[in-house]
Design a binder for this molecule. Structure first.
Ligand code: 5GP
Length: 112
């Protein structure tokens, strides 16, 4: 079981803020913005690089969940950033696909 599968199964505590049949959203343990949560599929895809065409519907569901949870968190008008880190150079540290949603402050571009 991956770390995020354990969170989805409530075997590891996390502040869960939204949930659907196929996904869960919870606050990041080390927030990088005033609002920082992760949207994670309950079924593990290790990273976006391993996603296939058969995952297309799930990937769409995850993006829609990120947006609806961002609105729920009050970010709909001020804006927010969505990030997916992939592999070593991408900064991935947990090998279970997750969408970062960050908001509550202006973001800089390009990222470091
Ligand atoms: P990555 O670096 O793989 O894109 O993002 C992994 C994220 O998971 C990091 O932002 C990290 O703070 C978060 N994280 C790691 N372990 C835990 C945990 O046990 N609980 C929660 N809520 N977040 C975690």
């Amino acid at each position: 079981m991956t770390l995020f599968e354990k969170i989805a199964a409530r075997k590891i505590p996390a502040e869960i803020i939204a949930e659907g049949t196929e996904w869960i959203a919870f606050r990041d343990i080390a927030p990088q913005a005033p609002v920082h949560f992760l949207v994670v599929p309950k079924h593990c895809i290790p990273r976006i690089n391993e996603a296939t065409a058969s995952d297309a519907e799930l990937l769409g569901t995850l993006l829609a969940a990120a947006a609806s949870t961002a609105r729920q968190e009050g970010l709909g008008d001020s804006g927010y950033r969505i990030v997916i880190n992939n592999g070593t150079d991408g900064g991935e540290t947990v090998p279970h696909l997750h969408i970062h949603v960050l908001g509550g402050r202006p973001m800089k571009w390009p990222p470091g």
